[in-house]
Design a binder for this molecule. Structure first.
Ligand code: PMP
Length: 384
């Protein structure tokens, strides 16, 4: 009854963690949720009549134009005809998978990488190959070798990566773009966190803006800046790829929710810059609070970098050999949820002793209490 690819569906663990993390009283560092207090519903006034009718598959023209304008301001050469509005940028990952992956198709990824992209690529049967992601970008020798083997595409998250929080520096951006151009490998650049920048000196120009020969698909989202529940994201693609993606979008859902698109547009036309500035201030404070709590409480139990942007700390336990999945049941029993590192690796090593911690969704008291619970658990582990 079921298709063969259904056998490749993965990850009930993550669903279970996220479901359990919603339980009352639970401190959740597990998901990538915005702070609830930033998600006020704007007043619904002046909604254009048309929005209750079927609309264009490409998306609302004014929103496509606004997206293209913002992309040009970040250095990309593009116009509105290359913009496809999506039902969340996750839909872009699905459309890319459908367009490019047959069973066995090689795909190049960072390790670690975004787990729901990995799930999608694996579901379509990709041969997922990975390049280690260092503090300032990918291992460049491994990247060049990986690209020379001609994968169908490279999926990269250069800016405030999920899960690691890392940001490629200018040298790694240049070298990565050069290597993609040299092999003319298609780049799929996923960039939902770029606006959540706390250390302004970070280089954030998209890799897509640096390419001269390689084709590209850029994925963006309003989930982290406005509201994930609206489900509005977008892709911008090289002109030769756009018609295929548009047909796949039509086949998937005809078009994205028009009321949501209108809400996003009305926010972009208002004081969006002010909204982003407030968001950065709030999240920078929370990042600093989590960093301070980790520094005070964890001692030698783990290592991490303070992320220059995005929503996550990536914690590496200093006691090797502990698979952080094994810590989760006890942590949850004590009221703390986190995301173990294993599902973020295409070809996970035997025991992944890393974990991802979100800081945007918890208030200062919960951040402190959550880190205290984590510290207790890790110190017991070390002693035991
Ligand atoms: N890409 C990355 C790297 C993400 O972290 C997420 C959300 N967690 C998405 C894509 C999907 O976001 P959305 O569909 O809400 O735009």
């Amino acid at each position: 009854m079921l298709s063969q690819r259904t056998a490749r569906l993965t990850s009930s663990l993550i669903r279970d963690i996220l479901a359990a993390a919603q339980r009352p009283g639970m401190i959740s560092f597990a998901g990538g949720l915005p702070a609830s207090e930033t998600l006020a519903l704007p007043r619904l006034e002046d909604v254009p009549d048309g929005v209750m009718q079927y609309g264009p598959s490409e998306g609302e023209p004014a929103l496509r134009e606004a997206v293209a304008e913002r992309a040009r301001a970040m250095g990309m050469r593009c116009d509105a005809s290359q913009v496809l509005i999506l039902t969340g940028s996750q839909q872009g990952i699905d459309l890319v998978s459908k367009l490019l992956i047959d069973p066995g198709t090689p795909v190049l990824l960072e390790a670690p990488t975004y787990l729901a992209a990995l799930q999608s690529f694996q579901f379509f049967g990709a041969d997922c190959r990975s390049v280690a992601l260092g503090e300032h970008g990918p291992d460049l020798d491994a990247l060049r070798a990986g690209l020379a083997a001609k994968p169908a595409f490279a999926y990269l998250i250069p800016t405030f990566q999920n899960p690691s929080g890392r940001c490629y520096d200018a040298a790694h951006r240049d070298a990565t773009a050069e290597a993609l151009d040299a092999q003319q490998v298609l780049l799929v650049e996923d960039d939902p966190y770029r606006e959540l920048v706390y250390d302004e000196a970070c280089e954030r120009t998209p890799l897509c803006a640096r390419l001269t020969r390689a084709p590209w698909i850029y994925l963006g989202s309003f989930s982290k800046t406005l509201a994930p529940g609206l489900r509005v994201g977008y892709l911008i693609a090289s002109p030769e790829l756009f018609p295929y993606l548009l047909k796949l979008k039509q086949a998937a859902d005809l078009h994205s929710n028009r009321l949501s698109q209108w809400l996003v547009l009305s926010q972009l036309q208002g004081d969006f810059a002010g909204h982003l500035a407030r968001l950065r201030t709030l999240y920078r404070e929370r990042r600093d609070q989590m960093h301070a709590a980790l520094s005070e409480q964890l001692g030698e139990a783990a290592s991490w970098q303070c992320p220059p942007g995005g929503l996550f700390f990536w914690l590496q336990l200093n006691t090797p050999g502990i698979d952080t999945r094994t810590l989760l049941p006890e942590a949850m029993a004590r009221g703390l949820a986190f995301m173990p590192g294993e599902p973020f690796f295409p070809n996970a090593p035997a025991a992944v002793s890393a974990m991802r911690l979100n800081f945007s969704h918890s208030d200062p008291a919960s951040l402190r209490q959550g880190v205290r619970l984590l510290a207790e658990l890790l110190h017991e582990q070390q002693e035991g």
